[in-house]
Design a protein around this ligand. Sequence first.
Ligand code: NAD
Length: 261
Amino acid sequence: MTSNAPLSGKTAVITGSNSGIGLGVAREMAKAGANVVLNSFTDREEDHAIAAEIAKEFGVEAKYVAADMSKADDCRRLVADAGACDILINNAGIQHVAPIDEFPTEKWDAIIAINMSSAFHTTAAALPMMRKVGWGRVINIASAHGLTASPYKSAYVAAKHGVVGLTKTTALETAEEPITCNAICPGYVLTPLVEAQIPDTMKEYNMSREEVIKNVMLKRQPSKEFATVEQLGGTAVFLASDSATQITGTTISVDGGWTAL
Ligand code: NAD
């Protein structure tokens, strides 16, 4: 182990990592020396190209495994196909915004499956592999919405609170082993998931893009700045480090003060 490659020899599997936070976390893991396994359900040429670029840039092994995180079998197959899974980062997630009485059932089911149940299935597949090598880190990308709520995001808020609960249970079940499980709770991060919400919100409130960002999105983020994917990746690298060995079953907010309000 060298100081600039503290995760050398470890393999990190990151669900939903061809864009946004997942990709940012994968890049920071690779920068810290970990081999990385990227995932999405799309299986496009560019998905495989992202893995090749990371391998070249950071001198680690990187591969892309297509698997649909809305499907239990695919979640488990992702971990098996990864070949090794020392660090599991449950990140895949989608959003839909609507009042409860108008919320489409299929959107509710998809959000619960992708944002919450996938973490159960991947963790179930990864723990035996971690026990075999005698070391493991499970890092769940929850949200400020895992600790607090907003209207019109019922499925997302329910799923993220569920992820925080799963995080605590996983930590207790592995407490006497060299395995930890924690959740990172980001506030707003400017990723494609958040970009996609801007046009509708502009229409809904009759606001400009800048007004939506400042007065709606960052209204509850006291720093008035987006968190970045690099900062989230750095937090994940810290949770995988030796310094974090006794940190388990907890949440780390990266939200510019949102949940302090
Ligand atoms: P994003 O849309 O950029 O990325 C989502 C990722 O999930 C993509 O890689 C996508 O391919 C993948 N994905 C979606 N459905 C999938 C499926 N069925 N199977 C496999 N992969 C699938 O969004 P993001 O903002 O980077 O979000 C990543 C995670 O961070 C999510 O869990 C999200 O809830 C969480 N989060 C985001 C923010 C934010 O402000 N962006 C804040 C808090 C939490």
